[in-house]
Structures are given as C-alpha cells and as structure tokens.
Design a protein around this ligand. Structure first.
Ligand code: ATP
Length: 508
C-alpha cells in the first residue's frame, strides 16, 4: 500500500527525505514535554486548606511527636530560639517501615505550627533529562522560602538520595547535589524546615545525614499494643460500634501491623458490616477484616478432593508444630479457604510485642514453617509445590542466622560480606545454612511421625469445617505434651523416627 502511494520514489529515498523531519518533530515534542514538566508547580497545600491533621489524629508515635514538637515551636516562634543562639534542625528525616505514619506526622507539624506545607515525592524529581530534577528542587525551595514559615516534605527520599556514583545517567546525582546545595543555603533567619521520609535509611548517601542537613533522624516504627489500641480508637471515632466489638482484643491480635494496616482493618470492618446490612460494626466484622488484610481476599478457586486433602494436611502440619513448640506464637486460626495467592493459611499471633528473638525461637520458627512440607511427606509420601513460600522463608531465616546474627556453632561470622570471604569460608558458610535448614526439616518430620494422630485429627476437622479457631485447636490438642528439646539435633532417617508403637505423644 505504502509503495503505491510513494509513486516513483523508492523506499530509501523516502526515508532520506522524511526521517530527519520525523526526528526533528519528535525532538520538539520531547523538549516541549520537558519544559512543561519543568513549569509544573510542586503540589502546594496551604496549612489552612490542608487536611486538618493534628497531633490528636496520630496515635502510638509518642516519641516522634515529642521530637517534632520542637520543630513546631521553632516554626511558631523562631526568635525564642535564635535569641539564645540555639540552632534548630533544618532537616528532619523520618525513617521506618511503610504505613507507620511518617507522612501523617509531617502534615501534623504543618498544621500544628501553621506553616505552609509543600509536599513532593522524590520520585517525581527524577526526570528523563539530566538537570530537570535539579531545576524542580530549586523551584520548590525558592517557593518555600518566599512563603515562609514553611515545611518542605519530601517523601521517598531514597528515590534521589541513594548513594552517589551509582547512577549512570547522572540525573539522580545532579538532583541530589542540588538538594544538598539548597539545604546548605538556609540562613539562620529563614524559617523553613525540610522533613523527609524514607524506608531505607542505610541506602541514603551519607552526605545527606551530615550536620546541617538531615541531622535529626527519627525512627517511626509500628506501634506497641497500647499504641495500636489508640490508633484503632482514632479510626473508629466516627464509626458506630456494636457492644461486641472488642478493640482491646484487636490491638492484641495485630502485633507488627502498621497504622495504615489498622486504618485499613477499621475501614474493611465497616464495609463488611454495611454489606451484611448491619447498623453497627461487630467484633466478627473486625475479625473478617483482619483476616482479609493479613491473608487477602477469599477467592472462588475450586480444588479437587485430593488437593483439598493436601492443603488440609499441610496447614495442620504448620499448626501442629506451632502448638507443640513453646517458642512459636500460638495458632489463632487455620483455614483452607483459598485467599489471595494462598490455598490455605495458619495464622499465628504473638501474645505480646517482642523486639528480640533467641536462636531457639528462630529454629522453632523454621520447624513450624517446614511443618506443612513435612506433613505432606509423611502422609502422602510425596511433596507438592505448595511449600515454595515456606521454603523461601526458611532459607531467609537460616541465612540471617548465620550471616547476620552469628548464631551458628561452628561458623562465627562477623557480618563479613560474601566478597570478603575466601572460597573455603564461603562454602563453610553455605554448609552451615544448609545444616540449620536440614535440622529444622528433620525436627518437623519427627513431629509429624510422633504426633500423627493429632495431625490427622486436625486435618480431618479442617476438611469438615474449612476453618478452625482457637477453641477447636485447644480441644483437638488437649493433653498433648511438648516434645523434649533436642540439642544437638541428631540426624535420623524417616524409618528411625517412628516412636515405639506409633504413640501419639512426646516419645521423641
Ligand atoms: P509510606 O512509608 O508508605 O509512605 P507512611 O509512613 O508515610 O507510609 P502514612 O502515609 O503517614 O504512612 O500513613 C498511611 C495511613 O495510615 C494514614 O493516612 C493513617 O490513616 C494511617 N496511620 C498510619 N500511622 C498512623 C498513626 N500512628 N495513627 C493514626 N493513623 C495512622
């Protein structure tokens, strides 16, 4: 078709004529796009028009709030500090896991101090053309200076603040350099504070953390049980609660979850309540919401009978290990209703918030993770792909035990990175990781063989009801004694593990 249109031209002549024109056209288009992005203003939220987020809307982050209160006071009355010759931090870095309230804290500082709030995600500074990001930073700082007192909030700082020299295009490095220049250029009289948020403190360029830049670093972590209770209060403030709703119990059951997760649970609970036509949110709505946030949405996947049995025994295997090993968190619920990517799940909940783990606890955790695979092996004599996620997690734990926590008996590692180890030491390190994983699997197999009757009871009840709660598990596990701790763990073959007479008890 196109040749017919070109008439007497051949294709190469056509290309020679039009290609430069097309190329120039594209160039003009790209330059136009670049200029219009440069002209785009950073999102400006006037404190008055910003969502009114005050300290009372943030719960469970008391230390961060206390530290930031100083910034609020500085922004409100800088002279009080300047008269005494005090230098108040110009850059505050909030770091910690996602959803813990870092953005919320920055907004609250703006609201409480009455300062202008300029918010920008660092990812939006990174442009296709070198120099554009730097121009955006210049513009952002100049606006903030003009309208001081103001707060510049830079989210996901790691997007530009990664270590320099790793960026081939040079765009990120230029942007980061510009940020450093702007922060160094703050005079004492300028009433501007930069607050940045990042999940990856150790990835940041050290130049960012030097005095005068982000020298105030505040760790924001998931709240403890009291904090979680208060976050639940914040997010249920305007929601009608049924007398059965037990927020204390929810706070206990949500260890490790972030403020964003808790906000999500409260919202999901309200949605479940509305869907069932309820007028006030009951405890069952919160339980369903927790399950959905942790394990994902129930799916309509249909398993055949054999697959259903495999899943039931797999989950019962995890639960059996968790119940028998005192170092593992107790089981709250077991389900074989497919949710998200999972065909079933066993939900363990800690009884209290913990900040340190012992070697025995990590070992027991690996045994519990391998309980599913061990149950498949013992009951069906064959294993499936269902344990892939468990196996990855075991590998992570075993690797961390050897390389990060130096918990191996024979390989005392001082966190030496792989490229500093000789081949011989590398092999020894990998062998150690393998030994830890092997031992855990061996112990899981022993539990399945030694407590086979309990395993079958748990799995059969699961097949019957699809879901077991704490009281069902208590009933099925009544009288079961914990296996004796075995150190060092002996390597036994499967055949050698069956206790005399196949007893269902701690005869290992
Ligand atoms: P990210 O690192 O992913 O950007 P973040 O730490 O900035 O996350 P926010 O965006 O501040 O987290 O929090 C998300 C939502 O979670 C908030 O809008 C709020 O609803 C809720 N939330 C988080 N932490 C708290 C808290 N401490 N108190 C009350 N609500 C909270």
């Amino acid at each position: 078709m196109i040749y017919a249109f070109l008439g007497s031209y051949d294709f190469s002549t056509w290309l020679q004529t039009w290609l430069p024109i097309i190329f120039m056209g594209l160039l003009v288009l790209l330059l136009y796009k670049a200029l219009s992005t440069m002209r785009t203003k950073p999102q400006k939220l006037k404190a008055t028009s910003a969502p009114k987020i005050g300290w009372e809307d943030i719960a469970g982050a008391d230390e961060a709030k206390e530290e930031l209160q100083e910034v609020v006071e500085f922004l409100r009355d800088p002279k009080r500090f300047q008269k005494l010759g005090a230098t108040v931090p110009r850059g505050v870095l909030l770091h910690g896991p996602p959803g813990t309230g870092k953005t919320l804290l920055a907004k609250a500082v703006a609201h409480e101090s009455g300062a202008q709030f300029y918010s920008q995600s660092a990812a939006s500074f990174v442009e296709m053309f070198a120099g554009l990001g730097a121009a955006r930073i210049r513009r952002l700082f100049s606006q903030a200076r003009k309208h001081a007192p103001s707060i510049i909030f830079i989210d996901e700082l790691d997007a530009v603040g990664g270590k320099r020299g790793m960026d081939i295009s040079g765009e990120k490095d230029q942007t980061l350099n510009q940020l450093l220049v702007e922060m160094d250029g703050f005079g004492e009289s300028q009433n501007v504070v930069v607050i940045a948020a990042s999940n990856l403190l150790d990835k940041l360029d050290p130049a960012l953390l030097r005095p005068g830049r982000f020298d105030r670093q505040i760790l924001v972590t998931p709240a403890g049980v009291d904090g979680r209770r208060r976050i639940l209060d914040v997010h249920t403030k305007n929601k009608p609660l049924h007398p059965s709703a037990d927020l204390d119990a929810m706070a206990r059951q949500t260890s490790g979850l972030s403020g964003a997760d808790l906000a999500n649970i409260c919202n999901e609970a309200a949605i479940f309540c509305a869907r069932r036509g309820g007028h006030s949110i009951a405890h069952a709505d919160f339980e369903t919401a927790l399950e959905r946030v942790i394990a994902g949405m129930a799916t309509h996947r249909r398993l055949n009978d054999h697959e259903r049995r495999v899943v039931a025994f797999h989950e019962a295997g995890h639960a059996l290990c968790a119940e028998l090993l005192p170092q593992v968190d107790p089981v709250h619920k077991i389900s074989i209703v497919p949710r998200g990517r999972a065909l079933g799940y066993t939900l363990n909940l800690p009884e209290e918030d913990r900040y340190l783990k012992t070697r025995e606890e990590l070992e027991a955790h690996m045994v519990m993770l391998l309980g599913g695979r061990a149950a498949e092996r013992v009951i069906f004599g064959a294993v499936t792909t269902g344990a892939s996620d468990d196996l990855k997690r075991v590998a992570d734990v075993a690797r961390a035990m050897v390389t990060e926590y130096a918990m191996s008996d024979t390989f005392f590692s001082l966190q030496i990175s792989g490229d500093q180890l000789s081949d011989k030491l590398l092999r020894r390190r990998d062998d150690e990781i393998q030994v830890l994983a092997d031992e855990a699997y061996q112990r899981a197999l022993e539990i399945m063989v030694g407590y086979r009757k309990r395993l079958e009871a748990l799995a059969e009840r699961l097949l019957e009801r699809e879901m077991l709660e704490r009281r069902d598990i208590d009933e099925l596990m009544e009288g079961a004694e914990t296996p004796r701790p075995r150190h060092p763990v002996a390597h036994l073959g499967l055949a050698a593990m069956a206790p005399p007479g196949g007893a269902d008890g701690p005869s290992l």
